[in-house]
Write a protein that binds this ligand. Structure first.
Ligand SMILES: [Zn+2]
Length: 312
């Protein structure tokens, strides 16, 4: 009778660093808590801005309100992503579900780009209207709304950036980036509407909205490209080199053949092949592996690593 091989991911055959796993889970919980606050904040802001924007017909305020509307969508996306990311390892996902967070960040970046394009489209249309009709009705209330929104967003941006840096969490850092760009757009909106209202040169308002659209696209593109790099298993050669240098310092290692890394959520998974003396026993190489892993874990946040030993 053939011996049946059973893979046991739940007994941690991959040798996943349980401390890192627990830390990521803790981070996930804190990040989700903050995202609920973000969500509430965006609902308040975009609702107010869109209502006053439609009422006062201020193009820049409408663009800003739309921008904050994406905040709601991206906070929701990140919450869903973080919910899946926290699920425990299973037979289908041997290393856990951490990539769901990166996937959510990627989608929120994509969303930002799409909203930026929609802002450009509507601002372009309003610019044409101003050029053909010559005027736009503006109200100083629009400017005050934008100012209020900018102030609140700066506070939220600072909270997210502080927590994101403290926890090294990419979802929070992405939302902090989102907030900073939103705070800037609100600030610019306020200035533009006030200027347009004072000078009666309404193109200031619509052209600002165009600029804001371009800025939102650019920012979304940055988030998109960073998360796409992670999702496509990209790993900076400079980091590879640092790890090679560290490994090569060990006296038992004759040569490092390759180091391949990829990000799983915010943690690293490493694939390493090294050349050792052919007479080393399996027990000795196993001890060496444990030593190397401890050394690497000292400097990087590593979920797990696979070390392959080759004889010289
Ligand atoms: Zn699964």
């Amino acid at each position: 009778m053939a011996k049946r091989q059973v893979i046991e991911p739940l007994s941690n055959g991959l040798n996943i660093d349980l401390a890192i796993e627990a830390a990521s889970l803790h981070k996930n919980r804190l990040a989700r808590r903050l995202l609920w606050l973000n969500l509430a904040c965006y609902v308040l802001l975009s609702g107010t801005e869109l209502a006053i924007g439609y009422w006062t017909q201020a193009a820049a305020l409408l663009a800003d309100g739309q921008n904050n509307l994406t905040g709601i969508l991206s906070a929701t996306l990140l919450l869903v992503g973080l919910h899946y990311a926290k699920l425990p390892r299973d037979t289908f996902h041997l290393e856990g579900h951490w990539q769901y967070e990166v996937l959510a960040v990627f989608l929120s970046g994509l969303l930002m780009v799409l909203v930026g394009l929609s802002c450009i489209w509507s601002a372009g249309w309003q610019t044409w209207q101003v050029l053909s009709a010559g005027r736009e009705s503006l109200n100083l209330l629009a400017s005050l709304t934008a100012g209020f929104s900018g102030g609140l967003l700066v506070i939220e941006a600072l909270i997210n950036a502080y927590q994101g840096r403290r926890l090294q969490d990419s979802a929070l850092l992405a939302s902090a980036r989102d907030y900073f760009s939103d705070a800037i757009t609100s600030g610019v909106t306020m200035v533009a509407i006030t200027l347009a209202w004072l000078t009666h040169w309404y193109l200031i308002d619509t052209l600002t909205a165009l600029g804001l659209g371009a800025y939102i696209c650019w920012n979304g593109g940055q988030i998109l490209s960073q998360s796409a790099t992670k999702l496509s298993n990209g790993f900076a050669p400079s980091k590879q080199q640092q790890i090679v240098v560290l490994l090569a310092q060990h006296p038992a290692i004759q040569r490092v053949i390759y180091v391949n890394g990829r990000y799983v959520g915010d943690n690293l998974v490493l694939d390493i092949a090294v050349v050792v003396a052919p007479e080393l026993t399996v027990q000795a190489t196993d001890q060496l592996r444990v030593q190397l892993e401890a050394q690497l874990a000292h400097q990087w946040s590593i979920l797990y690593c696979c070390v392959e030993f080759r004889a010289s």
